[in-house]
Each structure stands twice: as C-alpha cells, then as structure tokens.
Design a protein around this ligand. Structure first.
Ligand code: PEP
Ligand code: MN
Length: 339
C-alpha cells in the first residue's frame, strides 16, 4: 500500500499517520520524490482503508501488489536519467560506455587508460580497488590509496569514476572519490549494503546477482530506492546456468524485459557475461541491439598481464573497434526509431 501525503502535511501529522499505520501492523518507509512525499507500507494486514483515508494529511491511498513498485513503470512513467555532472548523463537517449580495468593496479596503468578513454571520448571509467575474489590468495585490489589515484587522474580529465563498494563500512571513506558506487554480483542481495547506499546521494550501479531472478534483481534495486536514492543503474552481467562452456550466460532477454518493467537505465556487462575475450565484442553489440542504455567492459593496456580477469579483458585496439561498432549500432537504432 502507498499513501501519498498532502503537500501541506506537517511533520506532526505525518508522525501521527506513521504511528497509526504501524499500530495496524504495517512497516513503513517514507519516500520523497520530486512530486510528493509518500509512505510505503509493507505487510499483509487486512484493514479498511477508509480509516487511513480519514487521517489528516493523507492525500490518497493506492493498493499495490508489486513488491518493487518504486523502480517500476507503475511508479514513474518517464524514464530516469542520471546526471553525473560535467555534461555526463546516463539516459535512454544516448549510449553510455564505461570502460576500465577489472582492477586498478598502478598509477601508470591508470594514466594510460585515462588517456585512451579521453582520446575515445569515453567519459566513464570503471575499475575495482576492493576486489571480491573467489580465492583469498588472489589480488584483492589497492584499496583506498588506489581509489585516490584513480579518482585524481579521472577528475583531471572530466571522467567519472565507477568502483565497487563491498561493505557498508567502506562507503564513507570512498564517498569523496567516487561518482558511481558499483554493487557487485556477490553483494546484489546484501540488503544492509543496499540500504546504506540508499541513504547516501551518489548513484548506484547495481549488478544482477549471478543467481537472481528478474524479480529478485528489481527487489534489490527497490531496497536502494526505498531507502531514499532513486539514482540507480541496473546492470545485467550474466547468470549461472548449467552451461560451463563460458564463464556466465549473459541474459540478453533481461535487457528489454527490465526496460519494459522499470524506468531505470539498463546496462550490460558482456565482459563478465561471457568471460571470453574473443566474444566480448559480439556480446557488447548484441547488448546494444537488445536495448542496453550502456555497456560496461574491461580493458587493459596489456590484457594478458592484467592482475585479474585477464581472459575477458580487451586490448586498446579491440576496445577501439568495439566502441566504433557500438556507436554505429546506436546510430542505426536511432535511425530506425528504436530506443
Ligand atoms: C567487476 O566488475 O569487476 C566485478 C567483480 O563484477 P561482478 O560483480 O559482476 O562479478
Ligand atoms: Mn572483473
């Protein structure tokens, strides 16, 4: 159930409404949008909604059977655009391309990549400094010191920083150096982390859990939104299936489906999605044709020597070709009137 508050609803009236709803057995979350303030009520409680409608300060009440209402098109008809500042916007009108190494490794590696991105007019760089690795003995990233170098190099060129946050306690220290917090597949259902990211004001790139259904993926995004942050990018990155011939199965179906269900921008990560360098470009192009609003890929000046995910990382020459082809696909789609 959703309660829209009247525009002039006072804090006292609002707390009375919250108290009454809570006493009925609902748990409540207040959500403020550009349009109005709402109270999202969860719980399967049988009430006569006229009792709620009679409370001072209530504008109207909606029954919803969608557990991910805020990220759905039922909530917002217009698609969400995310302004990252300095003229960088993530939206459905333009193809976003975010490139960078799996892991930030050194100042020299950062500078080489930043220069390449600048030459290619790419305004978003990805790179992990806290790396979730399946083995505790693998390279686990340069941490905050690496992030500071990464951020300084990007800021000097107007490039936006996307990096993974693994736990709630890292958010505060990372905050000044990050433009978009990435939530990795392994943390896609870390609800404490999602809530904490909902309480800060930087955008969140949420990867799909490797075994998340679409409904679970949207519910994860709902955690962030219902905690107060509506600047979320959904990212399909491949799911675990019975197939072992490639790292993951990039679920291309998810791209148009998520765009139909949600107002949020939808990205694809073909690097993790297929996990094999030779096929990353094909899956990137397929993602664009399937409707991805953005593509995130791993690149490295010397991919074979990358500290992590070398097998799926593109060289600059490969990335350059992929960028040109993706842009051509996006132009073609625009010509066809496809979004
Ligand atoms: C990454 O982007 O490097 C990464 C670890 O991604 P995922 O969480 O999708 O595996
Ligand atoms: Mn990686």
């Amino acid at each position: 159930m959703l309660i829209r508050l009247q525009n002039g609803c006072t804090p006292y009236q609002e707390s009375k409404i919250q108290e009454t709803i809570a006493a009925m057995g609902f748990s409540t979350t207040a959500v403020v949008t550009q349009v109005a303030k709402y109270i999202v009520c969860s719980g399967s409680v049988d009430v006569d909604i006229r009792q709620i409608g009679a409370l001072t300060g209530v504008a109207d009440i909606h029954h919803v059977d969608n557990e991910s209402i805020l990220v759905s098109k039922q909530w917002k008809v217009k698609d969400t655009s995310i302004d990252l500042g300095d003229g960088v916007t993530i939206s459905r009108n333009d193809l976003s391309i975010a490139l960078g190494p799996c892991a930030i490794e050194s100042e020299q590696q950062i500078d080489t990549i930043v220069n390449f991105l600048s030459d290619q007019r790419i305004r978003v760089m990805r790179g992990g400094v806290f790396k979730p690795r399946s083995s505790p003995y693998a390279f686990r990233g340069l941490g905050l010191d690496g992030l500071k170098l990464f951020s300084a190099a990007c800021r000097a060129k107007g490039i936006k920083v996307v990096t993974e946050v693994m736990q709630v306690s890292q958010i505060e220290a990372m905050y000044p150096y990050v433009d978009v917090f990435q939530v990795g597949t392994r943390n896609a259902q870390n609800f404490n982390l999602l809530e904490a990211l909902g309480k800060q004001d930087k955008p969140v790139l949420l990867k799909r859990g490797m075994s998340s259904t679409i409904a679970e993926f949207l519910a994860s995004a709902e955690y962030v939104f219902s905690s107060g942050n509506e600047r979320i990018i959904l990212c399909e990155r491949g799911i675990r299936t019975f197939e072992k011939a490639y790292r993951n199965t990039l679920d291309l179906n998810a791209i148009p489906l998520l765009k139909a269900k949600s107002h949020l921008p939808v990205f694809s990560d073909p690097s993790h999605g297929v996990g094999i360098r030779a096929f990353v470009q094909d899956m990137a192009l397929s993602s664009v044709m399937a409707g991805a609003d953005g593509v995130l890929m791993e690149i490295h000046p010397t991919p074979e020597r990358a500290f992590s995910d070398a097998q799926q990382t593109l060289s600059f020459a490969e990335a350059k070709q992929a960028i040109a082809f993706m842009r051509e696909c996006a132009d073609m789609k625009r010509g066809w009137g496809m979004t």
